[in-house]
Design a binder for this molecule. Structure first.
Ligand code: 2M8
Length: 436
């Protein structure tokens, strides 16, 4: 019997779930550990058909939290040299508050856990049991938000910084080219592993990796101390996607604490952070000229004026008012949404830096599409939301469960427009959510 798309997606998630460690890898070979934001998005998929696995995923992730509230971007549950750079390069043990039980990186990723808990609650058919689970985990997520506001916001603006492109999740976005121009790292000698699993055309260059490693060397030389990083890292950026995830998660934590009851002080604090964050976000990151949100380079005190799918992610977190939202959607449809393109390219298709085959430099990503779909719906842009959803389902149905996809429709004729890793977990997980 032919499997349905949903069955295929469930099969991928179940195969990528590692029973020994109770977590899910993003995909075989290329990404053999647990990644922070992947895990959260994966749990949303599991929640639709296997709530136990959804809960395990989140529990395992939060067990690796550091005593200062920080949650690392990769948790190296297993030993394998199929990934570079691994645990011995990152050396999380350098930080005095790192978790002695779990080797990890010393950087983080977009804080999705708050809104993921809310999504799991929305999907659950046994709300009482799910709320109990949430109650057992929610303070860890709150502590994570406190970590961000207390350690990643040196000018007390309500906007937190990332100190590495890997923290953004959008690893080699052309936006970072502006930062690489300010740096001149040594040419390191190392053995890449990603390019043995995936066509190098679809991955970052060696020189880009030199930059990535150099920033980590600086952080390590300072034992991953946040204050030192804020002072010394050549990469220090306020990212609209990252901050939108934090704001969306604040909102979810407030709603969940209300459901649980008896957490007035935490709700009060969350509301304070929330108000300040949304105000600064709109004042500082909205670019009137481009008609959407942009990144801010805190190290060099300048806006990085480029459009990317991150520019529209604030819709998901209810950040723009309706006027701003309308402007953004107009810009999105003009630049990213013509009939030759699938929505939504990860970088501005009208820019000369656009590359629709290369990783975060242009291809369509299902995680961003899922956020965009939900954001557009929240503001009542139902037709465009439906297009994002249909485009997402179509490209997966035709090409398979890839990590990313060519945004140009003409490239989809032979159904070979899926790139990067295959049988990719968040592609499967979020498809399940879109189908239900
Ligand atoms: C990609 O990033 C990792 C480093 O974190 C890599 O290229 O080795 C990104 O797409 C990131 O957003 C994602 O979480 C990770 C695992 O899917 O892969």
């Amino acid at each position: 019997m032919k499997k349905t798309l949903q069955q295929k997606a469930e099969h991928i998630l179940d195969s990528n779930f590692k029973t020994e460690g109770e977590f899910t890898i993003p995909c075989e070979n290329l990404y053999p550990f647990q990644w922070f934001w992947d895990s959260g998005l994966i749990a949303i998929g599991f929640a639709h058909y296997d709530m136990q696995k959804a809960e395990k995923e989140i529990k395992t992730l939060l067990k690796a939290q550091w005593s200062n509230g920080f949650i690392p971007h990769i948790i190296f549950h297993t030993e394998t040299d199929s990934y570079f750079p691994g645990a011995n390069f990152h050396r999380s043990d350098l930080h005095p508050e790192s978790n002695p039980k779990y080797k990890s990186t010393g950087m983080t990723q977009p804080p999705v856990t708050g809104f993921v808990l809310k999504e799991i609650y929305r999907i659950s058919e046994d709300k009482g049991a799910t709320l109990k689970f949430i109650e057992s985990q929610i303070d860890k997520v709150y502590d994570n938000h406190r970590y961000f506001y207390e350690n990643r916001d040196p000018q007390n603006e309500g906007l937190v910084y990332i100190y590495h492109n890997w923290e953004s999740g959008t690893d080699n976005s052309p936006i970072w080219d502006d930062i690489w121009k300010t740096m001149n790292p040594p040419e390191y000698d190392f053995e890449r592993r990603d390019t043995t699993h995936v066509d190098p055309e679809e991955r970052p260059s060696k020189r880009e990796y030199d930059h990535y490693l150099h920033i980590i060397e600086i952080a390590k030389a300072n034992n991953y101390n946040d204050e030192k990083i804020a002072e010394l890292s050549p990469f220090l950026v306020q990212d609209p996607l990252f901050n939108a995830m934090l704001i969306k998660s604040n909102e979810s934590l407030i709603e969940l604490y209300k459901l649980i009851g008896g957490h007035e002080n935490k709700i009060k604090q969350l509301k304070k952070w929330q108000q300040k964050s949304i105000t600064s976000f709109n004042d500082k990151l909205f670019d009137e000229e481009l008609g959407a949100y942009v990144h801010y380079d805190l190290r060099n005190e300048r806006a990085l004026k480029h459009l990317s799918s991150s520019s529209f992610a604030p819709l998901f977190a209810n950040i723009p008012d309706t006027e701003k939202a309308e402007t953004m959607v107009k810009v999105m449809m003009e630049k990213f949404g013509n009939e030759n393109q699938y929505l939504c390219a990860s970088f501005d298709p009208t820019s000369e830096r656009f590359n629709p085959k290369k990783y975060w430099r242009g291809p369509v990503w299902v995680n961003l599409n899922w956020m965009l779909y939900n954001g557009l719906k929240q503001y009542g842009f139902n037709d465009i939301a439906e297009r994002v959803k249909t485009d997402t389902i179509t490209i997966i149905e035709n090409n398979g469960f890839y990590e990313y996809f060519d945004s140009r429709k003409e490239m989809h004729k032979d159904n070979k427009a899926g790139y990067g890793g295959n049988n990719f977990s968040w592609t499967a997980a979020l498809l399940i959510d879109l189908l239900n």
